[in-house]
Design a protein around this ligand. Structure first.
Ligand SMILES: C[S@@+](CC[C@H](N)C(=O)[O-])C[C@H]1O[C@@H](n2cnc3c(N)ncnc32)[C@H](O)[C@@H]1O
Length: 454
């Protein structure tokens, strides 16, 4: 090698080892790549997995392992990062390629998954050797991961004693301010558990609960007892039901669409709420600005045998004859879905929340103009942040005196009065709806408010 100044991106990497064909390594390679992409590009974990798994050629078992490693890494990222950082005497090296995601994936396996320690460590070291920028850190990685194995009990005990270890500070502070210390702690702890799987039946939920061996929730959703391959369950191919978090099914209950009514669903894709409105017999216009997401909506409605007028447009500027009811399920930081999408905690920022809150205000103003006198406007977000919920509606009512709030009653949501706040809006928290075991408990954090145009 000739003498050259180090590149601006750091020292020149040594030659990487050729790719090994060790069993189990392809799943780890994919998991580390996914973790790296999600953190660097701040793209959704599910989308990244769906994009990268098919071309990887992994079989179902390896794809499942890659998914489990990546999801667990994000669910426990605070614990994993602290465990690694505290054991790196000189801090995390810069310009180290895939070092961080490879170590994160390995620590997720060692600390939280039922994987032999030697497989987690050895495959991570092979992977480090393959990556030109991290190969030089293979010995460091090896020593570090072996320490994590040895000190696992202490790491887990420390994490257990610190409910907010897997929650970024800005979110912990936001939840403390909005809900108090006890509720904020319960929110943070609920995110450590896998969420339940809920479905909405097109009709006759009691019958479908029985057929699927699920639990009929008071709100009418069905909670499945086991994790199962959805597409193989009775009723899926026939379009009898769709997957929808029980809390996400509440906003349409506030609309209570009647047969023959015209209802606009302004941020509709992928169509869970459109399907509820159509199943109630209303004539629904499903609008979204994302054409790819609307393709998913159309496919979902087709499977369910439900109809909607589908419009690709920006809801902020779309014009139409005013509707009997308008649903605005606005784009938001989605912090109410962290239990189902743990990457959200690490990819969304306060700046995102504020930018989205400004967009929500604009969309609400447009939705107001699409609601006819006497009509209902239901606004909802899957966010735990008051800026995207309670504060948004307070500001809207101040800007639009021709609207008044029509609070929800417990009877409208299966008697669950605890999910209705003092003003009559729906505010669900992830720790509501206890179900015996963590897997059968909780729902997404949602906010929904019903307004009437005078
Ligand atoms: C929370 S998701 C909607 C989920 C959907 N209502 C359901 O229940 O399946 C928000 C949606 O808003 C759409 N969106 C964001 N900005 C928009 C805009 N300016 N106009 C229309 N749709 C928009 C996004 O493409 C996304 O599909």
């Amino acid at each position: 090698m000739t003498d050259r100044a180090p590149s601006r991106r750091g020292p020149q990497p040594p030659a990487a080892a050729p790719q090994s064909d060790a069993p189990g390594l392809p799943a780890r390679r994919l998991a580390a790549t996914v973790i790296d992409e999600v953190l660097r590009a701040r793209v959704a974990l599910d989308e990244t997995l769906d994009r990268l798994i098919p071309p990887s050629g992994l079989d179902a078992a390896d794809a499942g392992l890659a998914r489990a490693i990546a999801v667990t890494a994000f669910r426990r990222l605070g614990t994993i990062r602290q465990a690694l950082d505290e054991r790196l005497d000189r801090g995390s090296p810069r310009h180290s390629g895939l070092l961080e995601p490879i170590l994160t994936a390995a620590a997720a396996q060692i600390l939280f998954l039922d994987v032999p320690d030697h497989a987690a460590v050895d495959l991570a070291i092979r992977h480090l050797h393959e990556d030109p920028r991290s190969a030089r850190y293979a010995a460091l990685g090896n020593a570090l991961l072996r320490r994590v194995v040895r000190e696992r009990d202490a790491i887990l005990a420390e994490a257990e004693a610190d409910p907010f270890r897997d929650t970024p500070d800005w979110l912990a502070e936001s939840w403390r301010a909005a809900y108090g210390e006890e509720a904020a702690t319960a929110i943070a702890l609920s995110h450590r558990e896998e969420p339940p799987l809920d479905i909405t039946a097109k009709a006759d939920p009691a019958l479908w609960a029985e057929r699927l061996g699920g639990i009929l929730l008071p709100t009418g959703s069905i909670r499945l007892r086991e994790r199962q391959a959805i597409a193989t369950l009775p009723g899926f191919a026939d379009g009898a039901w769709w997957v929808q978090d029980a809390a996400a099914a509440l906003p349409v209950r506030l609309i209570s669409p009647a047969p023959g009514e015209r209802v606009a669903d302004l941020c509709a894709a992928p169509g869970g709420k459109t399907a509820q409105i159509a199943a109630a017999g209303a004539s629904v216009t499903a609008l979204d600005r994302s054409a790819p997401r609307l393709r998913r909506l159309k496919a979902n409605l087709q499977r369910l045998g439900l109809a909607a007028e589908v419009v690709t447009a920006d809801a902020a500027s779309w014009q139409a004859e005013p509707f009997d009811a308008v649903l605005l399920d606005a784009p938001c930081s989605a912090t109410g879905t962290i239990r189902r999408h743990p990457d959200v905690a690490w990819t969304k920022t306060e700046e995102d929340r504020d930018r989205l809150a400004a967009l929500q205000a604009k969309l609400l103003d447009a939705a107001a103009g699409l609601t006819k006198p006497g009509g209902r406007l239901v606004y909802c977000t899957c966010s735990l942040e008051p800026q995207e919920g309670e504060a948004q509606i307070e500001a809207f009512l101040a800007r639009h005196p021709q609207f008044r709030r029509a609070g929800a009653s417990a009877a409208e949501i299966g008697g669950l009065g605890a999910a209705i706040d003092a003003k009559g809006d729906i505010r669900t928290l992830p720790q509501h709806l206890p179900g015996g075991t963590p897997r059968l408990s909780g729902w997404a954090g949602f906010y929904a408010s019903r307004l009437i145009r005078l």
